[in-house]
Design a protein around this ligand. Structure first.
Ligand SMILES: *Cc1c(COP(=O)(O)O)cnc(C)c1O
Length: 369
């Protein structure tokens, strides 16, 4: 039984009529940049995340950069970033002119270790970016407490966590700003690049919007130099259609994750922790195992796709060799990088296939290799 890691076409088939109609409408209206489809999506997405404002931008990396820029920190400020994330989180910090300060993750949740972050704070530290990795909300009480005690701004990187909840609160609106990616494979994915920023602070919202649109609020009146990073009408209309289905898809993801865990945990495989008080939205279903490469290869031979998110902790990438970080500085993030494996998971994945994959994983991890 072939099981791809992800099947975007299965998702399209399930909503084809709605999507095709939405695309045709935007084209008929020539509403390609800005306009009512973008505004409607921004409003719906802000409401979905229980935030006051949403600013659509070009992609999730730009969302991080624009959010960081809106904070207007002194140049050279340090920003704390977990060692295990996609490079966009730290890349944005550098590109805006700040300095990256990596911290380790918690070994059980794989999200930022607030305890370790506290040790990395210096006089130059001005912000922290918790990443709701794999769709699991971080310890936001801990992050907010740390931020309050050191006067740090908080940007939540929600690229993998659309609709995730921490103690009843949707992610994104807990910190000063929340950034989202709508990369096609994300839980809410566009049909191209797209992203958004949410916030409850009207000044930050205005700054983000101006930065993303050449530093202006009206045509040809530019208050400062910004950039061009806009959500386009076609993507906004597609995202509005998909947002209406997101809760159902999230429930489908959670049900598949539960089934995986039922089978795998019983067989002694290390499965994702279901923490009390959080709604994990399972962008990725990540197990831990020894002999990860051999397992991935054996599954591939059987037509089962897997992924590794991410194989090298950020401080150990060539891009950050100048910072001089070693595996000993980030033991949990670096340890996990060698053991983690992401299994196929998407809302349309048939439960029988989840069971098949889980059974194969359990059996293959038992075989001596
Ligand atoms: C996908 C992702 C991003 C970047 O989003 P793009 O839309 O691809 O630019 C940032 N942070 C994390 C954690 C991501 O997973």
């Amino acid at each position: 039984m072939k099981t791809p890691f992800l099947d975007l076409h299965a998702n399209y088939r399930s909503i084809k009529t709605e999507i095709d109609a939405a695309i045709a409408t935007v084209i008929a209206d020539s509403a390609f940049i800005g306009g009512k489809y973008v505004m409607a999506f921004e409003e719906a997405f802000a409401a979905y995340h229980k935030a006051a404002f949403c600013v659509g931008v070009g992609n999730g990396t730009d969302a991080l950069e624009i959010a960081l820029e809106a904070l207007n920190l002194p140049s050279g400020s340090e920003v704390i970033v977990p060692a295990n994330s996609f490079i966009a989180t730290s890349e944005a910090v550098t590109r805006v002119g700040y300095r990256v300060r990596f911290c380790d993750c918690d070994p059980e949740t794989c999200t930022i270790s607030v305890k370790d972050a506290a040790k990395r704070v210096t006089a130059a530290t001005k912000a922290i970016i918790p990443v709701h990795l794999y769709g699991r909300p971080c310890d936001m009480d801990g992050v907010m407490k740390l931020a309050a005690s050191h006067g740090l701004k908080v940007i939540e990187d929600c690229a993998q966590a659309h609709g995730a909840e921490y103690k009843g609160q949707r992610v994104g609106g807990i910190g000063d700003l929340g950034t989202f990616s709508f990369y096609p494979g994300k839980n809410l994915g566009a049909y191209g690049d797209a992203g958004a920023i949410v916030t409850n602070d009207s000044d930050l919202a205005v700054r983000c919007r101006m930065t993303a649109n050449h530093g202006r609020t009206e045509k040809y009146n530019h208050r400062f130099e910004g950039r061009n990073s806009r959500l386009d009408g076609l993507q906004a209309a597609i995202l509005s259609v998909k947002l209406r289905h997101l809760d159902d898809w999230t429930e489908a993801r959670r049900a598949r994750a539960r089934r995986y865990s039922e089978i795998l945990a019983e067989q002694g495989v290390v499965t994702p922790l279901e923490s009390y008080g959080v709604r994990h939205v399972y962008h990725l279903y990540v197990i831990e195992c020894a002999g990860r490469e051999a397992l991935a290869q054996a599954l591939k031979n059987e037509g089962i796709g897997t992924g590794i998110h991410y194989p090298i902790a950020l401080p150990l990438l060539d891009a950050y060799s100048h910072l001089g970080g070693t595996a000993a500085d980030f033991p949990h993030a670096c340890g996990l990088a060698g053991r983690i494996l992401s299994l196929p998971l998407y809302p349309e994945l048939p439960l029988e296939q989840v069971e098949h994959v889980a059974t194969r994983v359990a059996s293959l991890t038992k075989e001596p290799n």
